[in-house]
Design a protein around this ligand. Sequence first.
Ligand code: KG4
Ligand code: ZN
Length: 345
Amino acid sequence: MVVLGVESSCDETAFSIVKDGVHVLSSVVASQVDVHAVFGGVVPEVAAREHLKVIAPLFQQAIQEAGIQLSDIDLISVTRGPGLIGALLVGVSFAKGLATSLNKPLIPVDHVHAHVHGALLGIENANMEEIFPALSLVVSGGHTNLYYMENATDFQLLATTIDDACGECFDKVGKLLGFGYPAGPIIEKTAQGGNDKAYEMPKMVQDKSRLQFSYSGLKTHMVYRLQKQKDYSEQELKDLCASFQSEALGLIQRKIKIALKKRTNVRSVIIAGGVAANQKFRSMLSELPVKTYFPKLKYCSDNAAMIAALGWHEYPKRKENEDFLNDHNWDAYSRYDFQKYFVQV
Ligand code: KG4
Ligand code: ZN
């Protein structure tokens, strides 16, 4: 089955053609990073207008690179939320128009959930029975969400952050250190060759029974440390970044271990989102007692291949409800609606 994925939730417009949920025939992304850089953050209306400019030619590019005809598309999958509403409306309207004109089914999917499927793209002979039930973690600039997944489309939120997201903490601490944005990769690079025990860091959410993340304490600790000592030698800076990184990622490692003890039927742990690019994180989690899946670097950040993949998994379930497939009477949603998925273990 050939699926077209459409993504426009934030500052990246993306299309992808994915065959049978894991084989990526094309994946094109138009980033607006430079447009927003002058403002110091994403400006929602500017983002929507940039999507509008590039959406049609980018779609043509995805079709061409995949070497398919429009008539080869069996299904369209689009990000419905969470995201910037104006930005989402561009992709959703395009997808609804295309689905109507091609007379193909359209599946709206959740962007954060789709990140998880980014980690499973390109796996040869992917057998979902061997991967699920799974724990999955979306760890990015906006999210630190740990899910229990009975199967590829069932997302039960076990834990989330009560304040900053993990990637956000990397970015804020990086800013304090005078690093550029996004600071996560710069902190990782600086930490290489550093001693991660050189500086004591506060251990966050120590209560073992609590499945929860929190990053504001670590950030505040770094604020005070940098006020106390302003200048660092090259080695000291490496040590400081390594110590910070070790706790920022160690918290996640500890909580995954706790969740694995509570959910003993879990067959794998799937890590996704921007922070999944961190190599230190990958090596820390390779010690877990179950198989771990990480995305290829190009699928850590926003893309439409992951949207197509989740749409493909959702299709059999949605197909049973013919009304839903033919009914385009649904809206996009912002990031504030996610609480409805919360399930406490
Ligand atoms: O998923 P993503 O591309 O986008 C959004 O969250 O919107 O994630 C970006 C986040 C940023 O906070 C960035 O600093 C972080 O992921 N990040 C990293 C690394 N690469 C990206 N954090 C730690 N280590 C990295 N290597
Ligand atoms: Zn994302």
